[in-house]
Design a protein around this ligand. Structure first.
Ligand code: CP
Length: 312
């Protein structure tokens, strides 16, 4: 596959190949091997039409660690503000020699459109409420590193599922990798089509936590809903927030995850976010290894010489 657009169409063997390759990348990093020559002479464009802290910087770091040239394009301050379309923006960047385009866009499906216009690989870095495949891959990588497996694990995803591309990508990927996913959300923040998803749905967080191996908290995305639908912070955190008392009902080995950005005091308390069972910071670090693996496999992984360089 030339692109990484979604986890819904990612086969189990391809997902495992990404996780195994990311493991190799992480081991090299642990051994202080900071840079590989694999993508020397290749150009990766970060094409971001929406704000990002983690995804943009970790794709940049991942590409640089593979020796690629990186162009960071942000819609703010570009000719997009003069009316230039996504297609013309992409073709302009391709004319400058982009081998891969990492795209974040507020419109669901934008990276799929892009993939039809450019010759290089397109990596979806989050499109609207649709998917965020590298986030799900780094989450799966983090779970497997901490708990040793994904098969048979009970993963609970809590919060604003309706607007969450992270939740969607995780649902498909975790299902493919054999985990059992339960969604917990206020009824107004459960997507309409959820009955077709391979998940259980609950409205009672307290009932689900004691049987969860992993609990993944989501931010309420107020920027994607009208003010009339904003839940009050107090009411929301009382029913769906993870505080220390609730976290104490989890099994001892259970992990607490959050893709970031977190709103401390709303969906998660500071005490829980900073606790030993929280993987929030680890997820960010693992994101670099996983994105290195994705770029490597899409742009350079088939080459035998590169294989030797990575496994050396
Ligand atoms: N998790 C995530 O996508 O974070 P950013 O929006 O900061 O990239």
């Amino acid at each position: 596959n030339r692109h990484l657009l979604s986890t819904a169409d990612l086969r189990r063997e391809d997902a495992l190949l990404v996780l195994d390759t990311a493991e190799q990348m992480a081991r090299l990093s642990d051994r202080a091997v900071k840079k590989l020559p694999t993508l020397r002479g290749r150009t990766v464009v970060n094409l971001f039409f929406e704000d990002s802290t983690r995804t943009r910087t970790s794709f940049e770091l991942a590409a640089k660690r593979l020796s690629a040239d990186v162009i960071n394009f942000s819609a703010k301050g570009s000719s997009v503000s003069k009316g230039e379309s996504l297609k013309d923006t992409a073709l302009t960047l391709e004319a400058m020699g982009a081998d891969a385009v990492v795209c974040r866009h507020p419109a669901s499906g934008a990276p799929h459109r892009l993939a039809g216009w450019v010759h290089g690989s397109v990596l979806n870095a989050g499109d609207g409420t649709h998917e965020h495949p590298t986030q799900a891959l780094l989450d799966a990588f983090t779970i497997r590193r901490r708990l040793g497996r994904l098969d048979g694990l009970a993963v609970t995803i809590v919060g604003d599922v309706l607007h969450s591309r992270v939740a969607r990508s995780n649902v498909w990927l975790l299902h493919t990798l054999g985990a059992k996913v339960t969604l917990v959300a206020p009824p107004t923040l459960v997507p309409h089509g959820v009955s077709a998803w391979p998940v259980d749905v609950s409205y009672d967080l307290d009932a689900v936590l004691p049987a969860s191996d992993v609990v993944m908290m989501l931010r309420v995305q107020q920027e994607r809903m009208s003010a009339a639908f904003f839940p009050t912070e107090r009411e929301y955190s009382r029913r769906y927030g993870l505080d220390a008392d609730r976290a104490a009902t989890l099994p001892e080995h259970a992990l607490v995850m959050h893709p970031g950005p977190m709103v401390r005091g709303m969906e998660i308390s500071s005490e829980v976010a900073d606790s030993a069972r929280s993987t929030v910071v680890e997820q960010v670090a693992n994101g670099v290894s996983v994105r290195m693996a994705c770029l490597y496999l899409l742009l350079g992984g088939a080459d035998e010489r590169d294989e030797r360089e990575v496994t050396r």
